[in-house]
Design a protein around this ligand. Structure first.
Ligand code: PMV
Length: 322
């Protein structure tokens, strides 16, 4: 086998962001915008990367140097994932990697994590290494921590397992939720969130107000538990109310923004059952749910408020070979 092509889905966090970093559960769903990666064996002991979506072209490094020295931002997750995989399985084969994304890396759909997941899947197939989903997750999670130092790994779980998941950090529980169709409305703020900075800011505040933050994270956990029931029953009205509750706590811990708030209120005022930010906050996307007769109005309101409506289908298949 000389060549393998795989794809992995992007993700959206439905409930429990930030609290998940503090040991609480979250709910994540995968989206139908996918990242594709092709891996080819090459004779030279080199790592070559073409990733036009993140401005990487003709990037080349000897295998014994990967993971070390200066690494351009767009190459980091793939290079480190490769370094971790090759080291763990004591493989020394050269590879050329090419990636293409169906979504912009600025949406917050988790393109970096999806690329690390695709890389591990592709090279494990290329070198005929059988990985359980948990071993797979562990290599991917090590890669994220090597690079960012923080992160719960929920996005890796979504890319690997697909579907909609109940997730406890760091992969302690990864439980698929058998949900029905979820007509999620997604509005992009146009601003890229800096996840690591926001996580660190929340950590700092949680240290300053430990009791208050403990109680907020406990309440978010209750919201997540109720949200699971609402998701399983397809009770969109309740899901919306729980989104509003979750959003209140996210504002309280300081990760809201005026742009997110504009889109969230626009959605609510146009008849959505509820709306909240999705992910780290500060920018990226907001999500909303509405009755089928209000969906159009909610989308128009988000556009009128300056947001970009992203048409996504959620609850999609995880990483796979194509
Ligand atoms: O910004 P995103 O979509 O990667 O989500 C971050 C979610 C956090 O809970 C804030 C961090 C994490 O790794 O779980």
């Amino acid at each position: 086998m000389k060549k393998v092509t795989v794809t992995a889905p992007g993700k959206l966090l439905l409930f429990g962001e930030h609290a998940v970093v503090h040991g609480k559960p979250c709910i994540v769903t995968s989206v139908n915008q996918r990242l594709q990666l092709k891996a080819e064996k090459i004779n030279d002991k080199l790592f070559i990367l073409e990733a036009p979506d993140v401005a990487i072209s003709n990037y080349e490094k000897p295998l014994n140097k990967i993971g070390k020295g200066e690494i351009p931002k767009g190459a980091k997750f793939i290079e480190l994932a490769l370094a971790n995989f090759l080291k763990k399985h004591r493989i020394e084969g050269g590879v050329k990697i090419t990636t293409i994304s169906q979504f912009k890396s600025t949406f917050g759909f988790g393109s970096s994590s999806a690329s690390a997941v695709c890389l591990i899947k592709a090279v494990s197939e290329l070198f005929s290494i059988k990985l359980s989903q948990k071993e797979f997750f562990n290599i991917a999670y090590k890669t994220v921590i090597d690079i960012q130092g923080v992160g719960s790994g929920f996005d890796l779980a979504a890319a690997i397992y697909g579907g909609t998941l109940y997730y406890v950090y760091p992969g302690k529980i990864i439980k698929p939720l058998k949900i029905n169709k979820l007509p999620l409305i997604v509005g992009y703020t146009g601003i890229k969130a800096d996840t690591a900075t926001l996580v660190k800011a929340v950590n700092a505040k949680a240290k300053k107000y430990p009791k208050i933050f403990k109680s907020i994270f406990d309440d978010i956990e209750l919201i997540v538990e109720d949200a699971i029931k609402a998701l399983l029953k397809n009770d969109l009205e309740k899901l919306g109310e729980l989104m509003n509750l979750n959003q209140g706590y996210l504002e309280a811990i300081g990760v809201g923004s005026d742009r997110l708030a504009n889109l969230i209120y626009a959605a609510r005022n146009a008849g959505a059952f509820g709306a909240k930010l999705s992910g780290a906050g500060g920018g990226d996307c907001m999500i909303a749910v509405a009755s089928s007769r209000n969906i159009k109005a909610v989308k128009s309101a988000i556009k009128d408020a300056g947001g970009q409506v992203l048409e996504v289908v959620v609850n999609i298949e995880g990483v796979k070979r194509i």
